[in-house]
Design a binder for this molecule. Structure first.
Ligand SMILES: Nc1ncnc2c1ncn2[C@@H]1O[C@H](COP(=O)(O)OP(=O)(O)OP(=O)(O)O)[C@@H](O)[C@H]1O
Length: 122
């Protein structure tokens, strides 16, 4: 197999693993499932209010931001539980920081949501 073909096959295989990971998140992680529900509701709202292209971009970006940070948070929690299954203050701090990142992403998305939809409601 040529070097270029090996590279392409390697990247495609990597995409496959990533897709498997995304499916696993959606199937097993309750917070991601809630976020998928919110994403569907926001998409329906977007069509209902016929939001502009820029507003779609911001909304899709906000949804992607929250779900990807939540995925990273889930991975950090899994690593923490794997390396130290017992209670430990440092594990608690690590998990709190990871959850804090999700909180920041969620607040950002909520502000974007308000900025998009308030003008349609008033
Ligand atoms: N092993 C631990 N040692 C110390 N504190 C912990 C430990 N596990 C959890 N905690 C504390 O409990 C909080 C919740 O942890 P948990 O792993 O249940 O995450 P969660 O936010 O409920 O995750 P999710 O709902 O995404 O599964 C952590 O943020 C941390 O403060």
């Amino acid at each position: 197999m040529s070097k270029a073909l090996k590279f392409v096959v390697g990247r495609l295989r990597g995409c496959g693993y990533a897709f498997k990971g995304a499916l696993l998140l959606i199937k097993t992680e309750p917070s991601i499932q809630v976020q998928v529900g919110i994403a569907i509701a926001m998409t329906i709202l977007g069509f209902y209010f016929n939001i502009t292209s820029i507003e779609w971009i911001l909304q899709i970006f906000a949804i992607g931001l929250v779900m990807s940070v939540e995925g990273i948070n889930t991975a950090i929690e899994a690593i923490a539980d794997f390396v130290h299954p017992d209670f430990h203050n440092k594990i608690g701090v690590i998990k709190d920081i990871a959850a804090g990142a999700v909180f920041i992403a969620a607040i950002t998305a909520i502000i974007i949501g308000f900025l998009i939809y308030i003008p349609y409601l008033v």
